[in-house]
Design a protein around this ligand. Structure first.
Ligand code: BG6
Length: 482
């Protein structure tokens, strides 16, 4: 069982969770910059005006802004040939609606890409990863407004032209399917909902009047993404532009047909609605029915359907952390999850944050998606958020190694099943700020960063046991997993 020779091995990050330098180089304020820290029991808050004395994790994050050379050198040492990162929209257009970009911001990414090139590391760039200019929130309520499409396309035009010879792989929006979730509406959509600024994970979204706003905003992102794909291909026909979905793998809790059907419906709505639009270029029938039954009316302009058809992505990428179950039985115990939870699976163990660990689910997921689309795929996020202890200067994260090993085994099985998998970039290859909780304590990295939840620490980097392990995995193209 072997992976293709040119398989892309690397790691994944997002600007707002690791760059820091939140006011440097002419950068504007982003949605992530107004989100406070939290824990898994205390939700993060949105503070439209920055509060003195409040801790905002994105402001310094792990300061990749000043440490990118050292960090990239460490990635190269592990053998990365791809690195997933995002461009911070507010470095390029600080307020979002300017007509001219900020040169200093563009220059920063010139430098980062040059550094990656030095080590032959291919950048994989997410254009918008859980942040947008806060200026666009104030002016338009984020993606709720159609005006934002033009701002986004101008931003894409700028970065596509600037980096057309150094970046080939692009993703238009991170976890686009999370926008319709209440938690994701601000993080992914920059939408301030009327019911306040507290981000509650796994919120119950049923019968909520804000659904109309959220699905309309999603439509705007679909149009923006399709326009970006078309534009990107015009600028450089070698560009590969993909979608990025938070794949929430869900099983029927029992073989009761009600559970089986509900699980399929959930798979359709949570996972396939967005990729059907982005891969196939049109809304699926089940989405139209869902809109009708939930009084959602998507306002479309005359040529929107054509735009969607003309902007289909070249490849499919997704995040995979866990699975859960779906049941019609309201009494079944619930479990937490990546943005959304579900019914607890009695056969699975969970992380300290309650995310159920399910390597086999990754094989199931890869097959499930590939059966539908038959286009190249990449796992662009996967990993275990865990508490690490530094003992005598070393970090023995065998739990992380075991999580990743088991997932890579299933990934290889899926390739053997016929899935066209081209790359793997585990999440948070260097410790960074957690998106859901704002914590540093929830670590995913191969590289440890000295910083705690309150911002204390000297930001020094050190190699965990998993660093040496992953290096061997990459060197052997996934043959050596011990
Ligand atoms: C994905 C996001 O949902 O999961 C990342 O794309 C995020 O931004 C990652 O960090 C892990 O989630 P968390 O909440 O543990 O940081």
């Amino acid at each position: 069982m072997s992976l293709p020779k040119n398989f892309l091995w690397g790691g994944a990050t997002a600007a707002n969770q690791f760059e820091g330098g939140y006011r440097e180089g002419g950068k504007g304020l982003s949605t992530a910059d107004v989100m406070t820290g939290g824990t898994h029991t205390t939700p993060r808050r949105i503070t439209p005006k920055l509060e003195e004395g409040t801790y905002y994790p994105s402001h310094e994050a792990i300061d990749f802004y000043h440490n990118y050379k050292e960090d990239i050198r460490l990635f190269a040492e592990m053998g990365f040939n791809v690195f997933r990162m995002s461009i911070n929209w507010t470095r390029i257009f600080p307020n979002g609606d300017e007509l001219e970009p900020n040169e200093e911001g563009l220059k920063f990414y010139d430098d980062v890409f040059a550094e990656l090139k030095k080590y032959n590391i291919e950048p994989l760039v997410t254009i918008s990863h859980y942040e947008m200019p806060f200026g666009l929130v104030e002016k338009y309520n984020g993606w709720a407004s159609r005006e934002v499409i033009d701002c986004y396309v101008r931003y894409c035009d700028t970065i596509f032209n600037r980096y057309k010879d150094v970046v080939k792989y692009w993703l238009t929006f991170n976890e686009i399917n999370c926008l319709t979730n209440k938690f994701g509406s601000f993080m992914a959509g920059g939408i301030l909902l009327e019911d306040g600024g507290e981000l509650v994970l796994n919120a119950n979204d049923d019968n909520d009047s804000s659904k109309q706003i959220r699905f309309q905003a999603l439509h705007h992102q679909f149009i923006a993404s399709a326009k970006a794909v078309k534009l990107g291909h015009e600028i450089n026909s070698d560009f590969k532009i993909g979608c990025m979905i938070a794949y929430m793998c869900t099983y029927p809790y029992t073989c009761n047909p009600e559970d089986v059907f509900l699980a399929q419906q959930r798979d359709n709505l949570n996972n396939f609605l967005c990729s059907d639009v982005q891969v196939r270029g049109a809304y699926p029938g089940f989405a139209k029915r869902y809109f009708k039954e939930n009084n959602i009316e998507i306002k479309m302009e005359e040529n929107d359907e054509e735009i969607l058809k003309e902007g289909c992505v070249d490849f499919y990428t997704f995040s995979y952390y866990m699975s859960n179950c779906t049941t019609a039985d309201k009494e079944v115990e619930k479990t937490a999850g990546n943005i959304m939870g579900g019914a607890k699976n009695p056969y699975l163990k969970a992380s300290d944050w309650g995310w159920q660990i399910d390597p086999k689910g990754l094989r199931w997921t890869l097959n499930n998606i590939y059966n539908r689309y038959q286009i190249p795929m990449m796992v662009v996020e996967n990993g275990l958020g865990a508490v690490d202890k530094v003992e005598d200067g070393s970090i023995k994260d065998d739990y992380r190694i075991s999580y990743l090993r088991d997932h890579i085994i299933e990934m290889k099985e899926a390739v053997e099943d016929g899935v066209e998998l081209i790359g793997y970039t585990p999440w948070g290859c260097i410790d960074l700020v957690s998106a859901s909780t704002g914590e540093m304590k929830k670590r995913y990295g191969f590289i440890y960063v000295d910083k705690d939840n309150d911002g204390n620490g000297d930001l020094s980097r050190s190699k965990k046991d998993s660093f040496y392990w992953y290096k061997k995995v990459i060197e052997s193209n996934g043959e050596i997993l011990e």
